[in-house]
Design a protein around this ligand. Sequence first.
Ligand SMILES: [Zn+2]
Length: 72
Amino acid sequence: MANKAELILDSTPDDNFLEGHCSACKTTKFRLTGNTMDQKTLLRSMYDRHFRRVHSREDADNRISPIATDRL
Ligand SMILES: [Zn+2]
């Protein structure tokens, strides 16, 4: 089975920025300056948008596709 896509946070709670990436597409990164609750919510919604665009399609027809191809 393909890896389950999820948001991995690379920044720590002590950083003054938020950085994360998608576990299924290593080249997809998300970065925001600041580290407030609102910005965490924003980072999550950026990821959700990526997930719906890239990964839910894949789930829908249950086919493994090279998900990162359109970014290369
Ligand atoms: Zn992804």
